[in-house]
Design a protein around this ligand. Structure first.
Ligand code: UD1
Ligand code: CA
Length: 476
């Protein structure tokens, strides 16, 4: 096995994105395009990956070198290409960093959906001694380099669209931009490239004719799935590849038995805030309704049901739990957990550090942050639990809140087991409501209460019998 060195061209401008963000940092499934390509280096167990940067080089390098998950286990280097004089010129910049004993795989930073098996087949076709091109046949090959074959079918050259004759433009087999070649052959060909062509650029594709002239065999590994070599040039193309990628992820889950109401309306994304990979790990008989978005790592236990339109990030949802529609769960870094058989939503919000036990009920417009709810606790309507420890079977009334923030610091609220908190209460932290206690509706509780006590902290009711409201004065 020859060692593999991956070369990724990422110096181009990406004018048609009309964005300040360099094209290769545009995100697909929450992950920069370039990082999708670098994943290939990891999948192929490459020895090294060299990224050729130019436009937005500083940003591209910072966003990539810092991302622990990009090119895991691969020696990652950046080489600058300034100015950008063409794809051949780009690869030339990497030559001083390439070891002679390896096979070089050239990829583009804006082509995110190539499958590892395809690249393995390409490397196998190169076999340590041939130039192997990844090609595809397109109904409309406009703009691409055409694969010119001789009478015997052998590849003779790649001719760029702008340099092609009418007859050559009729060829529908195109060069994908991806090739594999032994490093020791590549360097001498690059040195011989010229820019005498329609675009005045040094074309990497000209090495094909040089290989043929040198008697080095050129092979084409032709695939049928055009998505694998599709590049991103515009927001529309980015969205098209996003849908294709998401459909792949949806299918993979469905093959495991997950029931998605509609695989076309399902998204799994990396968490762009932390770089945590988008991943949904499912037990048996999980059902997910339409338009749900999963971010980071999400675990769904056996029999979990997710209603329509939920956004769930960095969370563990245990067996049998039901997440009703329009629920927003975001564990961020701390994570969020939902216990077995719990019912959450519709319109509920779980934030970082929300830990719900078994059979907990969280109803509509209830927000939970950095709070533990023990088994059987319920907060069913319009409530806030922040920095709270809630005991078993607690019933937390509609409209009640923990006042956890004094303007400078956050404090904890402890609600012990079997407490009933009435509606519209304010529990001013730090405060503890003793086990089995009751808090009367409308109370503002500022002092801890004893177990079993009824606590009422509100103005006493006054009723004046037969009171008549003021009458309206006639206008003068
Ligand atoms: C290139 C191929 C063409 C192929 C097509 C597939 C050449 C000459 N042509 O064409 O045969 O069908 O890809 O998409 O190679 N880049 C640099 N530095 C440069 C120029 C480009 O890093 O100086 C990078 C771009 O950022 C991009 C990649 O190389 O990632 C390809 O460049 P692009 O201009 O898109 O190539 P095409 O002209 O489309
Ligand atoms: Ca070009």
């Amino acid at each position: 096995m020859t060692p593999l060195d991956i070369l990724i061209m990422a110096a181009g401008k990406g004018t048609r994105m009309k964005s300040r963000i360099p094209k290769v940092l545009q995100r697909l499934a929450g992950r920069p395009l370039l990082h999708h390509v670098l994943d290939q280096a990891t999948h192929l167990q490459a020895r090294s990956a060299i990224v050729i940067t130019g436009h937005g080089a500083t940003e591209v390098e910072a966003a990539t070198a810092g991302a622990a998950s990009a090119a895991a286990g691969v020696d990652l280097k950046f080489v600058r290409q300034e100015p950008q004089l063409g794809t051949g010129h780009a690869v030339q910049q990497a030559v001083p960093h390439l070891r002679q004993d390896g096979t070089v795989v050239v990829l583009s930073g804006d082509v995110p959906l190539t499958q590892a098996d395809t690249l393995r087949a390409l490397v196998a076709a190169s076999a340590g001694e041939r130039l192997a091109l990844l090609t595809v046949t397109l109904p409309d090959p406009t703009g691409y380099g055409r694969i010119v074959r001789g009478a015997d079918g052998a590849v003779q050259a790649i001719v760029e669209h702008k340099d092609a004759t009418e007859a050559q433009r009729a060829i529908t087999e195109i060069y994908s931009g991806i090739l594999a070649v032994p490093a020791r052959l590549l360097a001498p060909w690059l040195a011989r490239l010229t820019n005498h062509n329609a675009q005045g650029e040094y074309y990497l594709t000209d090495i094909v004719a040089l290989a043929v002239a040198d008697g080095v065999p050129v092979v084409a590994h032709r695939i049928t799935d055009a998505l694998q070599v599709a590049g991103v040039n515009s927001p529309l193309q980015l969205a098209e590849l996003e849908r294709a990628h998401q459909l792949r992820q949806a299918r993979a889950l469905m093959e495991q038995g997950v029931r998605l109401a509609d695989p076309a309306r399902f998204d799994v994304r990396d968490d762009a805030r932390t770089g945590v990979r988008g991943e949904v790990v499912c037990g048996q008989d999980v059902e997910i309704d339409v338009n749900c978005i999963f971010t980071g790592r999400v675990e769904l236990g056996e029999g979990v049901t997710i209603g329509a339109q939920c956004c769930i990030a960095n969370a563990r949802i245990a067996a049998g739990a039901v997440i009703h529609p329009y629920t927003h769960i975001d564990g961020e870094k701390a994570g969020a957990t939902v216990g077995e058989g719990a019912l959450v939503g519709p319109f509920a919000r779980l934030r970082p550090g929300a830990q719900l036990g078994r059979d907990v009920h969280i109803g509509n417009f209830v927000e939970v942050k950095n709070s533990t709810l023990a088994d059987g606790a319920k907060a069913n309507h319009l409530a806030y639990l922040g920095d709270a420890t809630v005991g078993e079977r607690v019933n937390y009334g509609a409209g009640s809140i923990t006042a956890n923030y004094d303007g400078a610091n956050k404090h904890r609220t402890v609600i012990e087991a079997d407490v009933h908190v009435g509606s519209n209460c304010v529990l001013v932290a730090p405060v503890t409501i003793g086990a089995g206690g009751t808090v009367g509706g409308g109370s503002t509780i500022t002092k801890s209460t004893a177990p079993g006590a009824l606590s009422v902290a509100r103005g006493k009711q006054v009723s004046i019998a037969n009171w008549s409201r003021p009458a309206k004065q006639p206008k003068p």
